[in-house]
Design a protein around this ligand. Structure first.
Ligand SMILES: *[C@@H]1O[C@H](CO)[C@@H](O)[C@H](O)[C@H]1NC(C)=O
Ligand SMILES: *[C@@H]1O[C@H](CO)[C@@H](O)[C@H](O)[C@H]1NC(C)=O
Ligand SMILES: *[C@@H]1O[C@H](CO)[C@@H](O)[C@H](O)[C@H]1NC(C)=O
Ligand SMILES: *[C@@H]1O[C@H](CO)[C@@H](O)[C@H](O)[C@H]1NC(C)=O
Ligand SMILES: CC(=O)N[C@H]1CO[C@H](CO)[C@@H](O)[C@@H]1O
Length: 211
């Protein structure tokens, strides 16, 4: 299956360090920078869709036509992975597409993925929590970094060497609504029903002028 080429975009910190230098113990020391961003998902049939918060505070991808009842968000990201990535509703985007946001999204809610090491095959929907304590079991709200335009997760290597690895295991699963996907984290990176691997970037899709 061609899409599997996108699975596991690994970059070891030993080989390349996007935003830091190694300290004496070999750990990457990151320069902390916080910025406002929009995040876009790319994958098979998914050409740069924005990430939305649902009324259930879970994360979705949607085409403009399927974005009703979802909350468009603006991200505040710490590119070093130290702090959680937070979101606030983007009222401009909501008005532009007359969505009916029913989200209970609290401004400043943290993005999380479920990557529990105790269940290495975790395949669960990402979402947003107003405080880390209310995140689901196995969720993590830190470790998100950018590698150029790519959103990655910094994980400690399983061998306990202290080396860190940049991992991207974001996936999308179709829903009963055309143009609406759930945003998933696929810890093991294994094939899943009705799902495709994603690349998440801070850059918007190039809009064709020829439409
Ligand atoms: C992509 O869209 C086409 C046309 O709707 C569909 O036939 C195909 O199954 C989709 N592929 C995936 C991986 O969803
Ligand atoms: C949005 O929510 C309203 C009210 O709950 C519902 O009637 C409508 O079908 C929803 N629209 C979509 C696209 O889910
Ligand atoms: C809010 O969304 C609009 C429309 O999508 C976009 O142009 C704008 O940059 C967003 N605002 C922020 C602060 O990201
Ligand atoms: C928003 O809600 C209003 C009133 O419930 C409804 O008429 C309209 O179709 C909804 N818009 C969308 C995009 O779901
Ligand atoms: C944030 C968002 O989804 N904006 C969309 C609103 O609708 C227009 C027109 O359909 C799209 O071009 C925007 O991308």
């Amino acid at each position: 299956m061609r899409s599997t080429a996108l699975v596991g975009l690994f970059v070891t910190s030993a080989a390349a360090s996007p935003s830091g230098i190694h300290d004496r113990t070999g750990r990457v020391v990151h320069k902390r920078t916080t910025e406002t961003a929009q995040l876009y998902a790319y994958g098979t049939n998914i050409s740069g869709l924005a990430i939305y918060a649902g009324s259930d505070n879970l994360a979705y991808l949607a085409t403009a036509g399927a974005a009703a009842n979802l909350t468009a968000v603006t991200w505040t990201i710490d590119t070093s992975g130290t702090d959680a990535w937070t979101v606030a509703a983007n009222a401009t985007a909501a008005t532009a597409n007359s969505t009916n946001s029913t989200s209970a999204l609290t401004s400043g809610s943290a993005f999380y993925i479920v990557s529990d090491s105790a269940s290495a095959d975790a395949f669960a929907q990402a979402g947003f929590v107003s405080d880390a304590a209310s995140a689901p079991t196995g969720a993590t709200t830190t470790g998100f970094v950018t590698y150029g335009p790519y959103v990655m997760v910094l994980e400690d290597d399983a061998d306990g060497s202290g080396q860190e690895t940049y991992v991207s295991e974001f996936w999308a699963t179709t829903t009963d609504t055309d143009g609406l996907w759930t945003l998933m984290w696929n810890e093991a990176g294994t094939a899943q029903d009705n799902s495709v691997p994603l690349t998440i970037k801070t850059t918007a899709p190039v809009v064709s002028e020829l439409l």
